[in-house]
Design a protein around this ligand. Structure first.
Ligand SMILES: CC(=O)N[C@H]1[C@@H](OP(=O)(O)OP(=O)(O)OC[C@H]2O[C@@H](n3ccc(=O)[nH]c3=O)[C@H](O)[C@@H]2O)O[C@H](CO)[C@@H](O)[C@@H]1O
Ligand SMILES: C=C(OP(=O)(O)O)C(=O)O
Length: 422
């Protein structure tokens, strides 16, 4: 008999207000570039607070494919990249996760050549890599595109002043890593300012690099000859924290979210307060109390310190049941509204006009069969499921598992009715 391939689903049922305490894991978007940066040294590096996520295992497998020894235990990842035997990253490993492309900067810097499969687009946009390549070229690399691969080679990388047309997070990170071992000084203008860039710069400096200005729009990297081993603890995940903050807001809940850096959550807190929530700064934790009636608020995604695109879907989920009409404008990705059709299946009233979504608040959502189109859309559908009448079945949940540690267990501990079924 033919075996059917049955994909796991998340089942969420209408729950009361979520209440209690939840602990945030290390940041996916900080740890991925930092793991790539471990390739810059032949000495051992130790990373603490590494979240047990699918993406972390994918990039670890990529490093193993290159020849590194990678061990993961109890949220600590140890990398020994002394014996790298290939500088090529195949399609199979890159297609699983776009962030795999971040090994290009470190490999080019340490071995003067690398060949990486071109990452494709995904459900949120075409996601080109032109700014990464422009940066490598500015540092003196020759770039060839061939049969879906990008090949970069150089005799030596030499520092340069360069301006990014858009403050791309990935391009800033890739160029910073390449520049760390280049000859002379690199200045990146219009650099991304996200907290994850600062965490990467701190790790590079702990390895002996000389990076200044991370967290501002001008980053200066004085190249050094060699980098050494280091031990580093990854920052908490501000996007995971924001997702639980919205969970409190949407369910009229009262949640204490532990292991956060409030500084990173400013745009989120400001908008939740505008929507009527109480947001209480408790130092390393934040308590969010949801209002009886959510006010409609307008959102416009922007590079940091603006409102993060990675929380747009979760906020839109919240606005589906706000008391009035809200406008959500997505400026970072050209196609990050795939969740709208899924929300509408659940009874939401959202219209898309170009880069704007007009969200007319409704009284109720209704449990339905929906699909996680990307990881944040998936998390947002869970949030909708918690307040929708009846049962919501979410498919394609591997997206969610890329970026949320134990989301089912964490929500259950807060009183949510959620389970993963095969
Ligand atoms: C692993 C990781 O950290 N992922 C985050 C990172 O993705 P990522 O690093 O891919 O995002 P970028 O900041 O590079 O992309 C922002 C915009 O710039 C465009 N662009 C980017 C590079 C380039 O060479 N050319 C170009 O046109 C992209 O298509 C997009 O429209 O930042 C995004 C923006 O905060 C987040 O949503 C992702 O969660
Ligand atoms: C879009 C995201 O991640 P990635 O860049 O890895 O696709 C995200 O974390 O929301």
């Amino acid at each position: 008999m033919k075996r059917r391939n049955i994909m796991p689903k998340i089942i969420v049922r209408k729950s009361g207000p979520l209440k209690g305490t939840v602990r945030i894991d290390g940041a996916k978007n900080a740890v991925l570039p930092i793991i790539a940066a471990t390739l810059l040294t032949e000495e051992k590096t130790v990373l603490n607070g590494v979240p047990n996520l699918r993406d972390v295992h994918v990039i670890s497998d990529l490093l193993r494919h290159l020849g590194a020894e990678v061990e993961y235990k109890d949220n600590t990842l140890t990398v020994d990249a002394s014996n790298i035997n290939t500088c090529e990253a195949p399609y199979d490993l890159v297609r699983k996760m776009r962030a795999s492309f971040l090994v290009m900067g470190p490999l080019l810097a340490r071995f003067n050549r690398t060949k990486i499969s071109m990452p494709g687009g995904c459900a949120i946009g075409t996601r080109p890599i032109d700014l990464h390549l422009k940066g490598f070229k500015a540092l003196g690399a020759k770039i060839d595109m061939d049969h879906g691969f990008v090949e970069a080679s150089t005799e030596k990388l030499v520092g340069k002043k360069l301006y990014l047309d858009f403050p791309s997070v990935g391009a800033t990170e890739n160029i910073m890593m390449a520049a760390a071992l280049a000859e002379g000084t690199t200045i990146i203008e219009n650099a991304a300012e996200e907290p994850e860039i600062v965490d990467l710069a701190n790790f590079l400096n702990e390895m002996g690099a000389n990076v200044k200005g991370a967290g501002t729009n001008t980053i200066k990297i004085q190249g050094v000859e060699k980098l050494h081993g280091a031990e580093h603890t990854v920052i908490p995940d501000r996007i995971e924290a924001a997702t639980y903050m919205v969970a409190a807001a949407m369910t009229k809940g009262d949640i204490v979210i532990e292991n956060v850096l409030m500084e990173h959550l400013k745009p989120i807190s400001a908008k939740l307060i505008e929507a009527g929530c109480e947001v209480i700064d408790m130092g390393d934790s934040v308590r969010v109390i949801g209002p009886e009636v959510l006010k409609p608020i307008d959102i416009k995604t922007l590079p940091h310190p603006g409102f993060p695109t990675d929380v747009q879907a979760q906020f839109m989920a919240m606005l589906t049941v706000a008391n009035g009409t809200a406008v959500v404008i997505e400026t970072v990705f050209e196609n990050r509204f795939m969740h709208v059709a899924e929300f509408n299946r659940m009874g939401a009233d959202i219209k898309i006009e170009g880069r704007s979504a007009i969200v007319n608040g409704v009284e109720k959502l209704y449990g339905s069969n929906v699909n996680a189109t990307d990881l944040r859309a998936g998390a947002a559908l869970i949030l909708c499921g918690l307040i929708a009448e009846g049962e919501t079945q979410i498919g394609e949940i591997y997206h969610i598992q890329r970026g949320y540690v134990d989301i089912d267990k964490k929500i259950r501990a807060l009183g949510g009715d959620i389970e993963i079924v095969d």
